[in-house]
Design a protein around this ligand. Structure first.
Ligand code: FAD
Length: 406
């Protein structure tokens, strides 16, 4: 792949390839003669970048992830006209549902926009998942779960963005960007959460060019010898700080609250305190970013009311999980923050009108019979790998009951 170092499009494609375990070589136009030679050879102008050169095909010019996935021979289209279960999102909840559904004889398909593993796939080391006393990396968990789901016969479609859901009599249809869709007798929404964007001058403009939301473990190596700033105080921020500390000269954690222990597991707090090149700054938040081509400096507001500027090329943000449910519109009942309401919570008076059947909803069922929600996207979920996996597996039991009741 040939492109500019600080390009958002290059960053997205590199993330897509590495998270889907596709080996690639990255050549930077700013630093590499070979990059310039290849770009000239392909006659690539500014709008053609990043340029992706794949074996035995024309170079891809600024491709979408879907075009790239198709060129690489990854599966992007459904093979069957009707499935028993369509799973939206291949994080731990979706992958667990795929394993249990396929292993119990349901025709299952998983649709994933980015890469299997979801948020967990970005973790350098998950240390609290049952059965792995020394921890395991998110990439490893994702790879193993994907292999397990495929072995049982679940289909996995990649680089497909689900944009809507429809009821067609007893069938549910999951719509993709474009005109395509998939029909299934039941649907699981396991689209998880993403991080809230920081507000302030320069922050949006520099997103993907030094300001990053979440990060995959593999990105830490790019920060070799640099100063890295991490915003947030939950376990995800703590893990990221520890991972960056292996490569960066210094990692500064900016925490709005007064204590790390209020929101982070004690085992992570202890590891952070024992790491020499991590500095924790309490009562601090980022209010602005500055840079021309890429991030050069951030402004930090401190509890004392003062403002200070810090030079850095790297800001990683892990705050305020927001459910990835905008694509659902009014199709299912969500709470004020967008989390999907399921089971008994649908029987609260404000939601009761939306439930159409005489029977009560199953535990993880949404306001549309046969459409379930599991993992972080569900109202009142625990936001952990183990609970997402548990809910994904439990959904399959409920889908069996739902199909039997029809
Ligand atoms: C860096 C990091 C470290 C963490 N460490 C730990 C830990 O050590 N222990 C722990 O228990 N928890 C940890 N967590 C939390 C844990 O990863 C989550 O609770 C868990 O991944 C939730 O799983 P999920 O399947 O519900 O959703 P997600 O993991 O969020 O997966 C959702 C998937 O759905 C896909 N998707 C979303 N919208 C669409 C759409 N419209 N179309 C198609 N696909 C879509 C996404 O691309 C994503 O792959 C960590 C989280 C992060 C970010």
């Amino acid at each position: 792949m040939v492109g500019h170092r600080w390009s958002q499009a290059s960053h997205e494609l590199k993330t897509f390839l590495s998270r889907n375990h596709v080996p690639y070589q990255w050549l930077e136009l700013e630093r590499d003669d070979e990059a310039r030679r290849l770009a000239d050879l392909a006659g690539a102008g500014v709008t053609d970048l990043p340029l992706v050169i794949v074996p035995d095909a024309e170079p891809l010019r600024a491709p979408s992830t879907l075009t790239l996935a198709e060129a690489l021979g990854l599966r992007t289209r459904a093979e069957q006209p009707l499935y028993d279960l369509c799973i939206v999102g291949a994080g731990p909840a979706g992958l667990a549902a795929a394993v249990y559904a396929a292993s119990e004889g349901l025709r299952a398909v998983v649709v994933e926009k980015e890469a299997p593993g979801g948020q967990a796939g970005q973790s350098a080391s998950i240390q609290n998942y049952l059965g792995f006393p020394k921890g395991l990396s998110g990439a490893d968990l994702a790879r193993r779960a994907t292999a397990q789901a495929s072995r049982f016969g679940a289909e996995m479609l990649l680089a497909r963005d689900v944009v809507g859901i429809e009821t067609r009599g007893p069938v549910r249809a999951v719509r993709f960007a474009g005109s395509d869709d998939i029909e299934a007798r039941a649907v699981l929404i396991s689209s998880g959460v993403s991080y809230r964007r920081l507000q302030g001058p320069g922050l949006e403009e520099l997103a993907g060019r030094g300001v990053f939301y979440g990060s995959s473990a593999g990105e830490a190596v790019q920060c070799q010898g640099d100063d890295v700033y991490v915003v947030g105080a939950a376990n995800s921020a703590g893990q990221a700080a520890l991972n960056f500390a292996r490569y960066a000269k210094r990692v500064v954690m900016l925490v709005r609250g007064a204590r790390l222990e209020d929101s982070m597991s004690m085992y992570l707090v202890a590891q952070i305190q024992a790491t020499d090149n991590i500095e924790v700054r309490l009562g601090a938040s980022v209010v602005a970013a500055r840079g021309t081509e890429h991030l050069e400096a951030i402004s930090i507001a401190t509890g004392a009311g003062s403002l200070e500027e810090a030079s850095t090329n790297w800001l990683f943000v892990y705050i305020g999980a927001q459910p990835r449910t905008d694509w659902l519109g009014d199709a299912v009942v969500r709470d004020g923050h967008g989390f999907i309401v399921t089971g008994n919570d649908l029987l609260a008076s404000s939601n009761l009108r939306a439930w159409p059947l005489a029977r009560t909803p199953y535990a993880l069922e949404s306001s549309v019979p046969g459409v379930f929600a599991a993992g972080d996207v569900r109202l009142d979920s625990m936001k952990r790998v183990a609970s997402a996996v548990g809910e994904g597996a439990m959904t399959v039991y409920l889908v069996h009951r739902y199909l039997a009741s029809m």
